[in-house]
Design a protein. Sequence first.
Length: 124
Amino acid sequence: MSDFTEDFVFMPRKSGNGMVAEGEWHGDEVTLFLSDQSQSDEEIALLEELHRSWAAWSRLLRKAIDKEHGDPGDFWIEAISAYSGEGYEGYFEIEFSAPDLFGDDIALAVGTLKDGITDVGLPG
């Protein structure tokens, strides 16, 4: 068992497919989602990689937000979802709050480990 899976204990979701865990992600209290319980090893590995190199990913996230919407000011992570399977290798979604840009709305950043963050904005 890795430090990551000791810090984040995944349990089956009460509703829907996948698994969920809660804990501290580099200073933010977050909820982590796995989309498919049968693919959980791959999805946990994706989250572990994001967590391990979060300093770099958080800089990429800040740059992506700034490029698309302007300076985010203070922002924090709410949730991260990991996906796997055909067409979803390394795909993740990061839900975040940036009140200076989006008020009370939760924004979304999506990307892959391979391509980085590819889209940032309000869902929908």
